[in-house]
Design a protein around this ligand. Sequence first.
Ligand SMILES: [Zn+2]
Length: 343
Amino acid sequence: MLPIIDGHNDTLLAATSDRAGGEFLAESGDGHLDLARAEDAGLAAGIFAMFVPNEGDLDYDELPPAVDHERARRVVDEQFATLHDWADATDRFRVVGGIDDLDACLDGEAVGAVPHIEGAAAVSPDLINLKSLYENGLRSLGLVWSRPNAFAHGAPFKHGATPDIGPGLTEAGFDLVEACEELGIVVDLAHLNAAGFWDVDATIDAPLVVSHAGAHAISPSSRNLTDDELDAIADSGGIVGCTFGTPTSVRTASAGPTRRCRRCWITSSTSPTGWASSTSASGRTSTARRSPRQSATYGGSGTCSRGSKRGGSTGPRGKPSRTETGAAYWLHGGTNPASGRNF
Ligand SMILES: [Zn+2]
């Protein structure tokens, strides 16, 4: 069986909130993921997201309000504890702390969880607790969910809209990206707006990772990745997880009613086959890195708040273009905004 590494799941959110799908160690027909079904499906590992739930109703065309830092820390602490409890309870599940753990999971020894925080609100703006989060297992950090924080701003889920919306990283955001690279924490660009994306691109040398997103050329949501961004990810040797979440996969807001699978929220207008073609589009050979700020399509409302830290966010990364490397796609079972769940 081909081992699968899932780029993003919200299992910890489900387990620690009052929403359905809270069981993981016990087989269940609810939710997206439990250990028994993960084993049956050949899941080697997944990026297990820790996420602070939104409060109140959301307008998905706008950025939701920021969450309180202290609340975010409490929620992340609880979700971290839940993850470690699961790993302590069985040898069939482990927290991935390094390559050896991941290799063991790919060899079938256990299902692995790469601890991830989606939206860095739980990180202190002075980064004082980042090292302790790493020591607790954090290996992947999404700078934002689609709401602002001390580090970046995020992109709304607006259809028929460009991701080139809002400013890029803050000073603390640049510091956080550098600190993550130094510690060995993956910087996840999911949910960033265009300015934030290019600021990260200009700051780190590591491959660019977007754990869950769609292709803007197929589904023009401000949440999705433009061809320029996909080219940059491919050139860096990076990776994109493809989300099947309805809000990021419908082609346009005026495309008419879509039939929706009750279990997986894949719409009839965007089948897995359709997404496979997007893989080809994103993985195409590119001869040079391009910046949206140099293109006619993107006028550049966002500006790099720190400027050219490493040769400028509009310039090349200063290393050979790895044109043989296409951006690969992980599978990601999307979740449903109608239920208020994260995606
Ligand atoms: Zn998400």
